[in-house]
Design a protein around this ligand. Structure first.
Ligand SMILES: [Zn+2]
Ligand SMILES: [Zn+2]
Length: 218
């Protein structure tokens, strides 16, 4: 899901109609729920309209008719997709869907193994502590998870990378499979541990590593 920061990053491309439709769709869904970003885009549109009247960017708005029709068709499809997305929204509240949506869309290219000090800083976002060695962490950050600040790690195993999210809220424990990925949600410390990985074995391994090295007091 798009955060307000994502919207500001993509806003000018959106106004130029230059966003890939998947990204445009995510942006539109965010606009449905965020008055702040709707206002931001209204203001940007007003400014770019004023610049257009002054003749700035006139060359880029002159387009071949065929291209215009393609854009109209794509616009109509995007509109239909938004209607579909709104229709689906009530069922998009399950924690496993949110975990999947967040983990699958981001942090596609993790780098080398991070030093423990850096991991500890990101764990502190939710009040968790590193109490030993947590091997294989290739990504650690504070993320906006549907409006909640979470710690998001990616831990490398021999069978692939596992996304680990420390959610500072309590959720029902469950195992799920979605989009060819295996997920797990379980109680941990002062909140919930959510994982998404290539298979159950890699998730078992990472859960054991996290539980051995991370302390999350209430
Ligand atoms: Zn927003
Ligand atoms: Zn994240």
């Amino acid at each position: 899901m798009f955060s307000c920061k994502d919207v500001t990053e993509h806003a000018s491309d959106h106004l130029e109609g230059a966003l890939p439709w998947r990204v445009a769709l995510q942006l539109r869904v965010h606009l449905l729920i965020c008055e702040h970003c709707r206002r931001l885009l209204r203001q940007m549109r007003a400014v770019s309209g004023a610049l257009g009247l002054l003749g700035f960017g006139a060359a880029t708005t002159r387009r071949r008719p065929a291209q215009r029709w393609t854009e109209l068709a794509v616009g109509a499809l995007a509109g239909a997709a938004v209607v579909l997305a709104v229709w689906l929204l009530p069922s998009f509240t399950g924690i496993e869907r949110q975990v999947y949506a967040h983990a699958i869309d981001r942090h596609a290219q993790p780098g080398p193994t991070l030093p423990s000090a850096e991991v500890a800083i990101k764990l502190a976002v939710v009040g968790a502590r590193l109490n030993g060695e947590l091997p294989g962490v290739v990504f650690a950050d504070r993320c906006d998870f549907f409006g909640v600040a979470i710690t998001h790690l990616i831990v490398q195993t021999s069978t692939g990378a596992v996304a680990v999210m420390l959610l500072p809220e309590h959720a029902k424990a469950q195992k799920f499979t979605r989009g060819g990925r295996v997920g797990r949600i379980e109680a941990f410390g002062n909140g919930t541990l959510a994982l998404l990985g290539p298979d159950a074995g890699s998730i078992d391994e990472v859960v054991a590593r996290v539980r051995a090295a991370v302390e999350w007091p209430a």
